[in-house]
Design a protein around this ligand. Structure first.
Ligand code: GLN
Length: 306
């Protein structure tokens, strides 16, 4: 595995066209595009890394996997009254379907869906309390208590978040919101601003690769049924209007973020995190996808073949 990761890292470093870093906020626009990291945490307890696997980056929409997990834990199947489970085929911040579908977002991984999920997990609490809960959960599943929110990123998200605010207010106009819109947005912007390394993320995803069970403690984070469902949503919706392409090329459930990270799950085998800040036109990590494609090829990991 170490040889495979070294090879992939070397190959990625040599590629000239790395895509484009997200430019909507300075803290993402200023990230050095030449960085690359890959981490693999195997279900048997082994860990492998290549590149800058300890460097922290903004996990952005990857956080939506963790907030969905929390929401399902708190509300169970009732989550699906607020958000759907269908791919949107639209960009992550699109508003078009919301009007036709009466303020119910297609899935929990597009922005509207994740904002609705943030509303669900707050349950009348203040954003601070909800964020503490999200962080505590991430600390536990990553085995790392030092993971924090990057306040600089959160401030910029808020300052440039007109589209997300529109999505939230539009949904609220249908009478769906439980908490004040501004507080839900505050929670959403902050959980997108959590900073993690690929090492952290690969560990955090292990329960999804391991039938819902946290491997080092043996504690069931979610039921195996639920882990299976979260993986299904990652596969069908985790890359927005690029989800079909990701499934075709990589063949594993994955969730991307505009910070350039991708968390991918090889059920029964491993949790994988990659980071390369350059994005394709859809907003998914260009080399991150390529690296996962190579890894899947070299390991034969796929949910579509044995
Ligand atoms: N914070 C970003 C946004 O809300 C997250 C989007 C993403 O990572 N795709 O626009």
């Amino acid at each position: 595995m170490q040889d495979i990761l070294n090879e992939i890292a070397k190959e990625m470093m040599a590629i000239k066209d790395k895509g484009k870093v997200a430019s909507y906020i300075p803290s993402l626009a200023n990230v050095d595009i030449n960085q690359f990291a890959i981490s693999v945490s195997l279900c048997n307890g082994e860990h492998y890394h290549a590149g800058c696997a300890n460097t922290l980056f903004s996990i952005q929409s990857i956080s939506k996997v963790f907030t969905l997990t929390l929401a399902l834990g708190k509300l169970g199947e009732n989550v699906w009254h607020r958000v759907g489970r269908e791919p949107s085929g639209d960009p992550f911040n699109s508003i078009v379907q919301l009007e036709h579908e009466h303020g119910k977002p297609r899935n929990p991984f597009i922005n509207a869906g994740a904002i609705a999920v943030a509303d669900l997990i707050m349950q009348g609490h203040e954003p601070k309390e909800t964020l503490a809960e999200i962080l505590q959960f991430i600390h536990y599943i990553s085995n790392d208590d030092s993971i924090l929110i990057d306040e600089e990123v959160a401030k910029s998200e808020l300052a440039t978040g007109s589209r997300n605010a529109s999505l939230a207010h539009f949904m609220a106009s249908f009478g769906h919101f439980i908490n004040p819109v501004d507080k839900v947005l505050g929670t959403y912007f902050h959980h997108c601003s959590i900073a993690m390394s690929t090492k952290n993320l690969a560990n955090a995803g292990l329960f999804l690769a391991n039938n819902g069970i946290h491997p080092s403690s043996g504690y069931p984070v979610v039921s195996s049924e639920r882990a299976k469902r979260i993986n299904a949503l990652m596969l069908t919706c985790g890359h927005y209007d690029g989800s079909g392409e990701f499934a075709f090329r990589v063949g594993l459930p994955g969730k991307s973020g505009v910070g350039g990270g991708i968390l991918a799950i090889a059920p029964g085998k491993a949790s994988i995190a990659v980071w390369s800040p350059g994005l394709d036109i859809i907003g998914n990590s260009k080399l991150g996808t390529k690296a996962l494609e190579l890894l899947a090829e070299k390991t034969s990991w796929s949910v579509f073949a044995k």
